[in-house]
Design a protein around this ligand. Sequence first.
Ligand code: IMP
Length: 414
Amino acid sequence: MAPAVAVIGAQWGDEAKGKIVHFLSRNADLCVRFNGGPNAGHTVVDQYGEARLHQVPAGALHPHCLGVLAHGMVLDPWALWEELESLRTQGRPKPQIFLSERIHLILPSHRIREEREGAAAKLGTTRKGIGPAYMDRVARRGLRFLDLFNLEYLQEKLRAEHEAFGGFDPEKVLSDLLRFRDEFEKCAGDAQALISEAISHGKTVVFEGAQGTLLDVDFGTYPYVTSSPTTVHGIPWGTGVWPEFSAVVGVAKAYTTRVGAGPFPTEDHTELGKRLREAGREYGATTGRPRRCGWLDLVALRYAQRINGFTHLALTKLDVLSGFPEIRVAVAYRLGRRRVEDFPSTWELARVVPIYEVLPGWREDISGLRDFEKLPKEAKAYVRFVEEALGVPVSLIGTGREAEALIVREEFWS
Ligand code: IMP
């Protein structure tokens, strides 16, 4: 059985999945995005500089790895052009990409609708038109890449959108979409067939999750979630293949962040939270918004572990915790007089108070370290505390922004 590796955010997104996917794709044939769209912001820092990826799979920065945009995504053609152009101006080799012909397209009217329907303000969305594009998909009035070949359907869709929402030039959008179709026709097709054949031919496939488990449309903190499945279940949903995974890697930051509205029990409103934000450069890769910052939450991570069945954990940004005299970790919550061990409903989550265990911090700068044994003993103890609490090995540890600032604990990668 070929190695199929899933990489899934274990928190509220922004866990530095881009870096982990990029590393795990170094020997991969395919890297597949299966959910979300340009709401994602996956950052990779390598010899060409910083790539901020929104729709191009992070593995596709390796010239040998084909980036597949599967049908579970919603694709903004204009944003894809822009992204490819920004990669080109960095002097990178042109990424190889393949589009599912069934992928739904985000139209200018989707962004307009998102503002009008109030979701942008109420939920603090990324304002990329994600929700309305997924709504059209299930309402059976969406526009897929395939539909660009049916001129009548395409024109009718644009006419209806323009009549209902205005705010864009239908002629210009039509000509852009036809240009997009002609440009990408050669690298679009049946992605389900491509992925399943790759797997049956023993190729290595990395599945790149976007957002995180707690933003999943069903398992997340609904309604403060995104509009797609962000968990491992999103892989069969968004690709049509259900491989035997050789690894399901949960990516968790060594602390927690969240952007947008919704409960976040371990959020730190004091100077410490601000310090995490500055040290971790916690500003949205897609929107530039400051992220809400707080401590690691083991209640949430145990839940993510139950949903996804992680076989490995990647604990990222451990270097950001250097210099904090103490490190807090929520091990349970208190709800009124009750101790809560399981992740509760959104409405209860908004009322819980975390019960913290306080671990000693370390002063040493660990940035760029690649050898686990060289970590200060307190940092090692922190990592071991997390792995014991979750029963999953922490097999990758991020120690800086650069791609190579990563501790790979080979003993867990048999
Ligand atoms: P939407 O996905 O733009 O509809 O936004 C819904 C919620 O998910 C908002 O709270 C966003 O901030 C959050 N969100 C969406 N994508 C990401 C991401 O890639 N990282 C972190 N949060 C995200």
